[in-house]
Write a protein that binds this ligand. Sequence first.
Ligand code: NAP
Ligand code: F7E
Length: 353
Amino acid sequence: MKKALITGINGQDGSYLAEFLLGKGYQVCGTVRRSSTFNRGRLEGIYRNTFDHHVNLNLEYSDMNDSSSLIRVMDAVRPDEIYNLAAQSHVQVSFDTPEYTANVDALGTLRMIEAMRILGLDKTARFYQASTSELFGKVSEVPQNENTPFHPCSPYGVAKLYAYWITKNYREAYGLFGVNGILFNHESPRRGENFVSKKITQSLARIKLGLQDKFKLGNLEAKRDWGYAKEYVESMWLMLQQDKPDDFVVATGETHTVREFVEEACRNLDIPLIWEGQEAEKRGIDQRTGKVILEVDKHYFRPAEVDILQGDSSKARRVLGWQPKVTFKELVKLMVDFDLRKAKNESREILID
Ligand code: NAP
Ligand code: F7E
């Protein structure tokens, strides 16, 4: 039975990856960090089926800022595959907490692969680094592939650039089987609530049911290549099954503005949306009620923005045999459907109270 270690197992990707690997018969260990509210929400899908216990999954406390905890867990598990997904993953928050972000996302990765060397795991285990399309930042070409120059535009992007290069450096210097998955934005019902996709589908579903009046967004014209997270975790696994370590772009190849995401979500909810005003004065109005349901707020604009991301994942398609199936419209629909069900439960709870 193969053993996998996932840092950040309670994240969006960590939870899908854990389900995927358990389905393949892996023994999985995930690291979680201590917080004052119990943070296991995304693992409910696994635990629900087996009453609080899964024979092939165990969780260990650890933190990317704490080398000793990383060494302890790695030594106890002696994994065959290590997926480093833990990160301060919010781009805008990285402007507010740049030092913390660098510590977790950049040095945290160094701590992981140094722990592998200290324990001799660099000779036996394979390492996946969660790299990102944010490395491309102020892009020099569209679409972006593995050879596109990097120009990160945030403390998050810069921290991830260090992690990218240190993984590559340990591959070249010590023969580590370390790979970078350069994943473009990927979303799902499990997406964190302050990422734009989830914020849109959750807010509009609640507005549809009268639980909320309006919501605020920043830059509506930023373009992203949005895919479905559940499909993207398979590419991580595939990268570690290759004969040689290499880096791969994982993307859909399509790009859409944040505004288009809003419009598609409104179509799904049968909200007739019209726009009024320009740029920072722009407002989204429900034509049926005449009410403003969306306002642009400068608070959500970033000190530096990544204007357009569109990935060229032909290498992943050719070498890994990986390709996305869920389209942009299907992705928006599955997120809207989920958030509408959730909002209906919420409105029932309010009635019961
Ligand atoms: P996420 O939902 O934010 O999950 C991140 C995980 O990291 C969470 O489980 C979090 O713990 C954990 N974590 C944060 N700080 C930590 C620390 N100091 N020590 C230990 N664990 C810590 O992110 P995601 O969307 O699943 O993304 C997974 C990885 O892929 C991240 O590295 C992200 O930067 C990268 N990435 C994401 C995308 C995307 O579009 N989703 C694209 C490219 C790359 P809590 O559960 O306690 O918060
Ligand atoms: O923003 C704009 C915002 O925060 C997308 C992370 O997973 O993907 C993610 O980073 C766009 C940006 O994702 C709001 O300015 C407008 O242009 O959902 P996001 P992100 O910054 O692209 C990459 C690949 C990662 O690696 C990251 O870990 O939407 N936007 N209004 C907004 N964004 C947010 N969050 N909130 C708004 O109100």
